[in-house]
Design a binder for this molecule. Structure first.
Ligand SMILES: *Cc1c(COP(=O)(O)O)cnc(C)c1O
Length: 465
Protein backbone atom coordinates (compact mmCIF):
# COMPACT_ATOMS: atom_id res chain seq x y z
CA UNK A 1 0.00 0.00 0.00
CA UNK A 2 1.12 3.55 -0.71
CA UNK A 3 0.95 6.55 1.58
CA UNK A 4 -0.20 10.06 0.72
CA UNK A 5 0.26 13.51 2.22
CA UNK A 6 -2.66 15.11 4.07
CA UNK A 7 -1.88 18.35 2.19
CA UNK A 8 -1.47 16.92 -1.30
CA UNK A 9 -2.69 13.49 -2.32
CA UNK A 10 -0.38 13.53 -5.33
CA UNK A 11 2.64 13.29 -3.08
CA UNK A 12 2.94 9.54 -2.72
CA UNK A 13 5.27 7.53 -0.48
CA UNK A 14 6.08 3.85 -0.08
CA UNK A 15 5.76 2.08 3.27
CA UNK A 16 9.54 2.25 3.59
CA UNK A 17 9.56 6.01 2.98
CA UNK A 18 6.73 6.51 5.45
CA UNK A 19 8.78 4.59 8.02
CA UNK A 20 11.98 6.62 7.64
CA UNK A 21 10.63 10.06 6.59
CA UNK A 22 7.77 10.79 8.96
CA UNK A 23 6.66 14.01 7.23
CA UNK A 24 5.81 14.77 3.61
CA UNK A 25 7.99 17.35 1.85
CA UNK A 26 4.92 19.65 1.67
CA UNK A 27 4.72 19.69 5.48
CA UNK A 28 1.73 17.32 5.61
CA UNK A 29 1.46 14.05 7.55
CA UNK A 30 1.26 10.66 5.88
CA UNK A 31 -1.84 8.48 5.65
CA UNK A 32 -2.57 5.21 3.82
CA UNK A 33 -4.11 5.85 0.39
CA UNK A 34 -7.09 3.75 1.41
CA UNK A 35 -8.39 2.18 4.60
CA UNK A 36 -8.98 -1.56 4.51
CA UNK A 37 -12.34 -2.77 5.81
CA UNK A 38 -13.06 -5.79 7.99
CA UNK A 39 -16.50 -7.41 8.15
CA UNK A 40 -18.20 -8.89 11.23
CA UNK A 41 -17.39 -12.31 9.87
CA UNK A 42 -13.67 -11.33 9.73
CA UNK A 43 -13.97 -10.26 13.36
CA UNK A 44 -15.65 -13.54 14.30
CA UNK A 45 -12.74 -15.41 12.75
CA UNK A 46 -10.27 -13.36 14.80
CA UNK A 47 -12.16 -14.01 18.02
CA UNK A 48 -10.04 -15.97 20.47
CA UNK A 49 -6.80 -15.18 18.63
CA UNK A 50 -3.70 -14.07 20.49
CA UNK A 51 -2.61 -10.41 20.32
CA UNK A 52 0.25 -11.29 17.94
CA UNK A 53 -2.13 -12.95 15.47
CA UNK A 54 -4.51 -9.99 15.56
CA UNK A 55 -1.52 -7.69 15.03
CA UNK A 56 -0.39 -9.79 12.07
CA UNK A 57 -3.81 -9.52 10.47
CA UNK A 58 -4.22 -5.76 10.98
CA UNK A 59 -0.66 -4.63 10.21
CA UNK A 60 -0.48 -7.02 7.27
CA UNK A 61 -3.32 -5.11 5.60
CA UNK A 62 -1.17 -1.96 5.53
CA UNK A 63 2.22 -3.57 4.87
CA UNK A 64 1.29 -6.00 2.12
CA UNK A 65 4.80 -6.04 0.65
CA UNK A 66 6.08 -7.96 3.66
CA UNK A 67 5.82 -11.74 3.77
CA UNK A 68 3.36 -12.74 6.50
CA UNK A 69 5.80 -15.11 8.23
CA UNK A 70 8.40 -12.36 8.52
CA UNK A 71 5.83 -9.96 9.96
CA UNK A 72 4.88 -12.58 12.54
CA UNK A 73 8.54 -12.98 13.50
CA UNK A 74 8.94 -9.22 13.93
CA UNK A 75 5.81 -9.12 16.09
CA UNK A 76 6.95 -12.00 18.28
CA UNK A 77 10.29 -10.30 18.82
CA UNK A 78 8.62 -6.93 19.57
CA UNK A 79 6.24 -8.20 22.22
CA UNK A 80 8.61 -10.72 23.84
CA UNK A 81 9.63 -7.85 26.15
CA UNK A 82 6.10 -7.65 27.65
CA UNK A 83 5.59 -9.09 31.12
CA UNK A 84 1.97 -10.14 30.54
CA UNK A 85 1.67 -12.77 27.85
CA UNK A 86 -1.77 -11.47 26.85
CA UNK A 87 0.06 -8.18 25.98
CA UNK A 88 -3.08 -6.07 26.64
CA UNK A 89 -5.18 -7.65 29.43
CA UNK A 90 -8.61 -6.23 30.26
CA UNK A 91 -10.06 -5.82 33.78
CA UNK A 92 -13.72 -5.30 34.56
CA UNK A 93 -14.52 -2.73 37.24
CA UNK A 94 -18.02 -1.94 38.46
CA UNK A 95 -18.96 0.65 35.82
CA UNK A 96 -16.48 0.14 33.01
CA UNK A 97 -13.65 -1.97 31.65
CA UNK A 98 -9.98 -1.05 31.98
CA UNK A 99 -7.58 -2.08 29.23
CA UNK A 100 -4.05 -2.23 30.61
CA UNK A 101 -1.65 -0.89 28.01
CA UNK A 102 1.29 -0.71 30.41
CA UNK A 103 2.87 -4.16 30.47
CA UNK A 104 5.84 -3.22 28.26
CA UNK A 105 9.39 -2.51 29.46
CA UNK A 106 8.80 1.18 30.39
CA UNK A 107 5.31 0.62 31.86
CA UNK A 108 3.53 3.01 29.50
CA UNK A 109 1.43 2.43 26.39
CA UNK A 110 4.09 3.92 24.12
CA UNK A 111 5.95 0.60 24.30
CA UNK A 112 3.22 -1.07 22.24
CA UNK A 113 4.19 1.04 19.24
CA UNK A 114 7.86 1.72 20.01
CA UNK A 115 8.87 -1.92 20.49
CA UNK A 116 7.45 -2.73 17.06
CA UNK A 117 9.09 0.36 15.56
CA UNK A 118 12.52 -0.67 16.88
CA UNK A 119 12.19 -4.21 15.55
CA UNK A 120 10.97 -2.93 12.19
CA UNK A 121 13.84 -0.46 11.85
CA UNK A 122 16.34 -3.22 12.59
CA UNK A 123 14.78 -5.47 9.94
CA UNK A 124 14.54 -2.72 7.32
CA UNK A 125 18.06 -1.46 8.04
CA UNK A 126 19.50 -4.89 7.38
CA UNK A 127 17.45 -5.21 4.22
CA UNK A 128 18.42 -1.80 2.84
CA UNK A 129 21.98 -1.66 4.20
CA UNK A 130 21.21 1.42 6.30
CA UNK A 131 22.48 2.53 9.67
CA UNK A 132 20.28 5.04 11.48
CA UNK A 133 20.62 7.44 14.37
CA UNK A 134 17.38 8.17 16.18
CA UNK A 135 17.19 11.63 17.72
CA UNK A 136 14.47 12.86 20.04
CA UNK A 137 13.65 15.18 22.91
CA UNK A 138 11.56 14.02 25.82
CA UNK A 139 9.86 15.28 28.93
CA UNK A 140 9.49 11.69 30.09
CA UNK A 141 7.68 8.73 28.54
CA UNK A 142 8.65 8.95 24.87
CA UNK A 143 12.38 9.00 25.57
CA UNK A 144 12.46 5.90 27.70
CA UNK A 145 10.17 4.03 25.29
CA UNK A 146 12.50 4.97 22.41
CA UNK A 147 15.56 3.86 24.37
CA UNK A 148 14.06 0.47 25.22
CA UNK A 149 12.97 0.04 21.61
CA UNK A 150 16.55 0.02 20.32
CA UNK A 151 18.07 -1.90 23.21
CA UNK A 152 19.95 -4.92 21.87
CA UNK A 153 19.20 -4.02 18.23
CA UNK A 154 21.77 -3.70 15.49
CA UNK A 155 22.28 -0.81 13.03
CA UNK A 156 20.37 1.66 15.22
CA UNK A 157 21.60 4.17 17.73
CA UNK A 158 19.47 6.49 19.83
CA UNK A 159 20.22 9.94 21.22
CA UNK A 160 17.60 11.21 23.64
CA UNK A 161 17.72 14.76 25.01
CA UNK A 162 15.98 15.54 28.26
CA UNK A 163 16.04 18.55 30.61
CA UNK A 164 18.69 18.04 33.29
CA UNK A 165 17.11 17.80 36.77
CA UNK A 166 13.54 18.18 35.54
CA UNK A 167 12.11 14.80 34.65
CA UNK A 168 10.75 12.47 37.34
CA UNK A 169 13.21 10.20 39.14
CA UNK A 170 11.80 7.00 37.64
CA UNK A 171 11.58 8.44 34.14
CA UNK A 172 15.22 9.49 34.41
CA UNK A 173 16.31 6.10 35.74
CA UNK A 174 14.57 4.41 32.81
CA UNK A 175 16.73 6.49 30.46
CA UNK A 176 20.12 6.46 32.16
CA UNK A 177 20.52 2.94 33.55
CA UNK A 178 21.72 1.39 30.29
CA UNK A 179 25.13 0.10 29.48
CA UNK A 180 24.61 -0.31 25.74
CA UNK A 181 26.89 1.25 23.12
CA UNK A 182 23.89 2.29 21.05
CA UNK A 183 22.05 4.22 23.77
CA UNK A 184 22.92 7.80 24.65
CA UNK A 185 20.87 9.73 27.21
CA UNK A 186 21.82 13.41 27.05
CA UNK A 187 20.85 15.65 29.95
CA UNK A 188 20.70 19.21 28.62
CA UNK A 189 21.24 22.15 30.97
CA UNK A 190 17.95 23.73 29.97
CA UNK A 191 14.19 23.16 29.81
CA UNK A 192 12.19 20.63 27.78
CA UNK A 193 11.44 23.42 25.29
CA UNK A 194 15.19 23.99 24.88
CA UNK A 195 15.66 20.27 24.18
CA UNK A 196 12.88 20.35 21.64
CA UNK A 197 14.31 23.46 20.02
CA UNK A 198 17.72 21.79 19.61
CA UNK A 199 16.18 18.66 18.09
CA UNK A 200 13.99 20.65 15.70
CA UNK A 201 16.96 22.76 14.59
CA UNK A 202 18.99 19.65 13.86
CA UNK A 203 16.13 18.18 11.81
CA UNK A 204 15.95 21.41 9.80
CA UNK A 205 19.62 21.08 8.88
CA UNK A 206 19.13 18.87 5.81
CA UNK A 207 22.83 18.23 5.26
CA UNK A 208 23.41 17.13 8.81
CA UNK A 209 20.30 14.97 8.77
CA UNK A 210 21.37 13.20 5.57
CA UNK A 211 25.06 12.86 6.48
CA UNK A 212 24.31 11.23 9.79
CA UNK A 213 21.07 9.41 8.86
CA UNK A 214 19.14 11.12 11.63
CA UNK A 215 15.62 9.72 12.08
CA UNK A 216 12.70 10.85 14.25
CA UNK A 217 10.40 8.56 16.20
CA UNK A 218 7.88 11.13 17.43
CA UNK A 219 4.17 10.51 17.56
CA UNK A 220 3.56 11.47 13.93
CA UNK A 221 5.46 8.39 12.72
CA UNK A 222 2.92 6.35 10.77
CA UNK A 223 4.17 3.00 12.08
CA UNK A 224 3.42 4.09 15.64
CA UNK A 225 -0.19 4.86 14.73
CA UNK A 226 -0.49 1.58 12.85
CA UNK A 227 0.76 -0.50 15.79
CA UNK A 228 -1.77 1.23 18.03
CA UNK A 229 -4.78 0.31 15.86
CA UNK A 230 -4.16 -3.31 16.86
CA UNK A 231 -5.12 -3.04 20.51
CA UNK A 232 -8.53 -1.55 19.77
CA UNK A 233 -9.30 -4.79 17.92
CA UNK A 234 -7.72 -6.97 20.57
CA UNK A 235 -9.58 -5.22 23.41
CA UNK A 236 -12.87 -5.45 21.53
CA UNK A 237 -12.37 -9.15 20.88
CA UNK A 238 -11.46 -9.74 24.53
CA UNK A 239 -14.68 -8.12 25.76
CA UNK A 240 -17.28 -9.00 23.12
CA UNK A 241 -18.16 -12.67 22.73
CA UNK A 242 -18.21 -14.35 19.36
CA UNK A 243 -22.02 -14.43 19.05
CA UNK A 244 -22.27 -10.75 20.02
CA UNK A 245 -19.86 -9.34 17.42
CA UNK A 246 -21.40 -6.12 16.15
CA UNK A 247 -22.23 -4.83 19.60
CA UNK A 248 -20.69 -1.38 19.99
CA UNK A 249 -18.24 -0.23 22.68
CA UNK A 250 -17.07 3.24 23.72
CA UNK A 251 -13.36 3.88 24.27
CA UNK A 252 -12.06 6.52 26.65
CA UNK A 253 -8.58 7.68 25.66
CA UNK A 254 -6.25 9.87 27.76
CA UNK A 255 -5.01 12.17 25.02
CA UNK A 256 -2.05 14.43 24.30
CA UNK A 257 -0.86 14.44 20.70
CA UNK A 258 -3.96 12.61 19.43
CA UNK A 259 -1.94 9.57 18.32
CA UNK A 260 -3.63 6.97 20.47
CA UNK A 261 -7.20 8.14 19.88
CA UNK A 262 -6.56 8.65 16.15
CA UNK A 263 -5.61 4.96 15.97
CA UNK A 264 -9.01 4.25 17.55
CA UNK A 265 -10.68 6.42 14.92
CA UNK A 266 -8.98 4.38 12.18
CA UNK A 267 -10.08 1.14 13.87
CA UNK A 268 -13.66 2.45 13.69
CA UNK A 269 -13.21 3.40 10.03
CA UNK A 270 -11.94 -0.14 9.40
CA UNK A 271 -15.24 -1.48 10.67
CA UNK A 272 -14.64 -2.13 14.37
CA UNK A 273 -17.99 -1.52 16.14
CA UNK A 274 -17.09 1.57 18.18
CA UNK A 275 -19.77 4.02 19.26
CA UNK A 276 -17.96 6.99 20.80
CA UNK A 277 -14.29 7.77 21.26
CA UNK A 278 -13.97 9.89 24.37
CA UNK A 279 -11.02 12.25 24.21
CA UNK A 280 -9.89 12.83 27.79
CA UNK A 281 -7.60 15.82 28.27
CA UNK A 282 -6.03 17.41 31.33
CA UNK A 283 -6.01 21.19 31.87
CA UNK A 284 -4.34 21.52 28.47
CA UNK A 285 -7.74 21.27 26.86
CA UNK A 286 -7.28 22.46 23.25
CA UNK A 287 -8.88 19.22 21.99
CA UNK A 288 -11.81 19.39 24.39
CA UNK A 289 -12.61 22.90 23.20
CA UNK A 290 -12.36 21.75 19.60
CA UNK A 291 -14.65 18.77 20.11
CA UNK A 292 -17.24 20.65 22.15
CA UNK A 293 -17.17 24.03 20.36
CA UNK A 294 -15.49 23.53 16.99
CA UNK A 295 -12.68 25.96 17.80
CA UNK A 296 -9.08 24.74 17.74
CA UNK A 297 -7.05 27.45 19.42
CA UNK A 298 -3.42 27.30 20.52
CA UNK A 299 -2.85 28.00 24.21
CA UNK A 300 0.23 28.11 26.41
CA UNK A 301 1.10 24.79 27.95
CA UNK A 302 0.44 24.24 31.68
CA UNK A 303 2.39 21.76 33.79
CA UNK A 304 0.00 19.17 35.25
CA UNK A 305 0.06 15.90 37.18
CA UNK A 306 -0.33 14.06 33.87
CA UNK A 307 2.80 15.38 32.10
CA UNK A 308 2.58 13.14 29.02
CA UNK A 309 -0.63 14.94 28.06
CA UNK A 310 0.82 18.46 28.45
CA UNK A 311 0.70 19.82 24.91
CA UNK A 312 0.04 23.10 23.09
CA UNK A 313 -1.12 21.58 19.82
CA UNK A 314 -1.89 17.91 19.10
CA UNK A 315 0.55 16.86 16.38
CA UNK A 316 -1.74 14.18 14.88
CA UNK A 317 -4.80 16.43 14.68
CA UNK A 318 -4.09 17.17 11.01
CA UNK A 319 -4.64 13.51 10.16
CA UNK A 320 -8.17 13.66 11.58
CA UNK A 321 -8.83 16.96 9.82
CA UNK A 322 -8.12 15.20 6.52
CA UNK A 323 -11.00 12.76 7.07
CA UNK A 324 -13.27 15.37 8.64
CA UNK A 325 -12.87 17.37 5.43
CA UNK A 326 -13.74 14.30 3.31
CA UNK A 327 -10.15 13.91 2.12
CA UNK A 328 -10.05 17.35 0.46
CA UNK A 329 -6.29 17.84 0.75
CA UNK A 330 -6.29 21.46 -0.46
CA UNK A 331 -8.70 22.39 2.35
CA UNK A 332 -6.48 20.69 4.92
CA UNK A 333 -3.58 22.79 3.63
CA UNK A 334 -5.74 25.93 3.95
CA UNK A 335 -6.81 25.17 7.53
CA UNK A 336 -3.23 24.37 8.54
CA UNK A 337 -2.01 27.67 7.04
CA UNK A 338 -4.73 29.42 9.03
CA UNK A 339 -3.54 27.68 12.19
CA UNK A 340 0.03 28.77 11.46
CA UNK A 341 -0.94 32.39 10.77
CA UNK A 342 -3.75 32.98 13.31
CA UNK A 343 -3.09 30.22 15.90
CA UNK A 344 -6.72 29.22 15.43
CA UNK A 345 -9.09 27.12 13.31
CA UNK A 346 -12.88 27.42 13.44
CA UNK A 347 -15.08 24.82 11.76
CA UNK A 348 -18.73 25.10 10.65
CA UNK A 349 -21.64 23.73 12.72
CA UNK A 350 -22.19 21.15 10.02
CA UNK A 351 -18.63 19.85 10.46
CA UNK A 352 -18.99 19.99 14.24
CA UNK A 353 -22.03 17.68 13.99
CA UNK A 354 -19.83 15.31 12.06
CA UNK A 355 -17.17 15.46 14.83
CA UNK A 356 -19.87 14.46 17.32
CA UNK A 357 -20.70 11.30 15.39
CA UNK A 358 -17.36 9.92 16.58
CA UNK A 359 -16.08 11.96 19.50
CA UNK A 360 -16.99 13.29 22.93
CA UNK A 361 -14.54 15.08 25.17
CA UNK A 362 -13.96 16.23 28.74
CA UNK A 363 -11.04 17.77 30.60
CA UNK A 364 -9.72 17.02 34.08
CA UNK A 365 -8.04 19.33 36.60
CA UNK A 366 -5.19 18.34 38.90
CA UNK A 367 -7.51 18.13 41.89
CA UNK A 368 -9.93 15.93 39.94
CA UNK A 369 -6.99 13.64 39.13
CA UNK A 370 -6.36 13.16 42.87
CA UNK A 371 -10.08 12.62 43.56
CA UNK A 372 -10.40 10.08 40.75
CA UNK A 373 -7.37 8.04 41.82
CA UNK A 374 -8.75 8.04 45.37
CA UNK A 375 -12.30 7.14 44.32
CA UNK A 376 -11.21 4.31 42.02
CA UNK A 377 -9.00 2.91 44.77
CA UNK A 378 -11.76 3.05 47.40
CA UNK A 379 -14.64 1.85 45.21
CA UNK A 380 -12.95 -0.58 42.86
CA UNK A 381 -9.77 -1.46 44.78
CA UNK A 382 -7.85 -0.61 41.65
CA UNK A 383 -5.01 1.89 41.44
CA UNK A 384 -4.71 4.09 38.35
CA UNK A 385 -2.00 6.50 37.23
CA UNK A 386 -2.74 10.24 36.75
CA UNK A 387 -3.20 9.92 32.95
CA UNK A 388 -5.65 7.05 33.25
CA UNK A 389 -7.44 9.06 35.95
CA UNK A 390 -8.15 11.80 33.39
CA UNK A 391 -9.88 9.13 31.30
CA UNK A 392 -11.96 7.77 34.17
CA UNK A 393 -13.01 11.25 35.25
CA UNK A 394 -14.06 12.06 31.67
CA UNK A 395 -16.11 8.87 31.63
CA UNK A 396 -17.94 9.81 34.85
CA UNK A 397 -18.66 13.29 33.50
CA UNK A 398 -20.00 11.90 30.22
CA UNK A 399 -21.57 8.63 31.35
CA UNK A 400 -25.11 9.87 30.60
CA UNK A 401 -24.08 10.03 26.91
CA UNK A 402 -22.60 6.54 26.96
CA UNK A 403 -25.29 4.20 25.64
CA UNK A 404 -23.20 1.06 25.65
CA UNK A 405 -20.31 -0.57 27.56
CA UNK A 406 -17.24 1.59 27.91
CA UNK A 407 -13.53 0.76 28.03
CA UNK A 408 -11.06 3.15 29.67
CA UNK A 409 -7.54 2.82 28.31
CA UNK A 410 -4.95 2.70 31.10
CA UNK A 411 -1.94 4.37 29.48
CA UNK A 412 0.64 4.00 32.26
CA UNK A 413 1.31 1.92 35.36
CA UNK A 414 0.65 3.85 38.56
CA UNK A 415 4.14 3.15 39.92
CA UNK A 416 5.62 5.56 37.38
CA UNK A 417 4.03 8.44 39.28
CA UNK A 418 4.49 7.51 42.94
CA UNK A 419 4.16 10.99 44.51
CA UNK A 420 0.71 11.80 43.11
CA UNK A 421 -0.58 8.27 43.54
CA UNK A 422 0.58 7.94 47.17
CA UNK A 423 -0.90 11.33 47.97
CA UNK A 424 -4.24 10.24 46.43
CA UNK A 425 -4.60 6.84 48.03
CA UNK A 426 -2.97 7.96 51.29
CA UNK A 427 -0.64 5.02 51.50
CA UNK A 428 2.71 3.81 50.16
CA UNK A 429 2.78 1.79 46.95
CA UNK A 430 4.94 -1.18 46.11
CA UNK A 431 7.09 -0.91 42.98
CA UNK A 432 7.00 -3.67 40.37
CA UNK A 433 10.37 -5.42 40.09
CA UNK A 434 11.26 -3.74 36.76
CA UNK A 435 11.28 -0.41 38.61
CA UNK A 436 12.79 -1.72 41.83
CA UNK A 437 15.79 -3.02 39.86
CA UNK A 438 16.52 0.42 38.39
CA UNK A 439 17.51 1.90 41.74
CA UNK A 440 20.56 -0.38 41.98
CA UNK A 441 21.84 0.11 38.46
CA UNK A 442 24.80 2.24 37.46
CA UNK A 443 23.89 5.55 35.79
CA UNK A 444 25.20 6.39 32.35
CA UNK A 445 24.43 9.93 31.31
CA UNK A 446 26.16 12.74 29.46
CA UNK A 447 25.46 16.29 30.57
CA UNK A 448 25.65 18.85 27.77
CA UNK A 449 25.30 22.60 27.49
CA UNK A 450 22.11 24.03 26.17
CA UNK A 451 23.30 24.75 22.64
CA UNK A 452 22.88 23.20 19.23
CA UNK A 453 26.58 22.95 18.41
CA UNK A 454 27.43 20.95 21.55
CA UNK A 455 24.75 18.43 20.68
CA UNK A 456 25.78 18.26 17.03
CA UNK A 457 29.44 17.75 17.96
CA UNK A 458 28.45 15.00 20.33
CA UNK A 459 26.39 13.25 17.65
CA UNK A 460 29.18 13.59 15.08
CA UNK A 461 31.54 11.83 17.47
CA UNK A 462 29.21 8.96 18.26
CA UNK A 463 26.83 8.43 15.34
CA UNK A 464 26.66 5.13 13.49
CA UNK A 465 27.71 5.55 9.91
C1 LIG B 1 1.98 9.73 25.51
C2 LIG B 1 0.99 9.46 26.59
C3 LIG B 1 -0.35 9.88 26.48
C4 LIG B 1 -0.87 10.68 25.29
O1 LIG B 1 -0.96 9.91 24.13
P1 LIG B 1 -1.14 10.61 22.69
O2 LIG B 1 -0.99 9.51 21.70
O3 LIG B 1 -0.03 11.63 22.59
O4 LIG B 1 -2.48 11.25 22.66
C5 LIG B 1 -1.22 9.54 27.51
N1 LIG B 1 -0.80 8.87 28.61
C6 LIG B 1 0.49 8.46 28.75
C7 LIG B 1 0.89 7.75 29.99
C8 LIG B 1 1.43 8.74 27.74
O5 LIG B 1 2.70 8.34 27.89
Amino acid sequence: MNYISTRNKNNIYSFEEALYEGLSSDGGLLLPENIPHLTYSDLEKMNGSHYIDIAGKIIGLYWEELEYQILKKLLHKSYATFTDKRIVPVEKLEHFYIAELFHGPTLAFKDLAMQFLGTTFEYMNIKTGKYINILGATSGDTGSAAIYSVKGKSRIKVFILYPYNSVSEIQELQMVTHNDQNIDALAIKGSFDDCQYIVKSIFMDDNFKKNYNVVAVNSINWLRILAQIVYYFSIYLTIVKKDEIGKKLNFVVPTGNFGNVFAGYLAKKMGLPIDKLIVATNENDILKIFITKGIYKVKNVKKTYSPSMDITVASNFERYLYYLLDERDNEVAKYMAELRDCSKIIISNELLDKVHEDFLSESTTNSEIIDTISRTFKKDHYIVDPHTACGINAYYKLSSFCKTDTVCLATAHYAKFPEIVEKSIEQKIKYPSVIEELFNKKKNVTILNNDIESVKDYIIGKALN
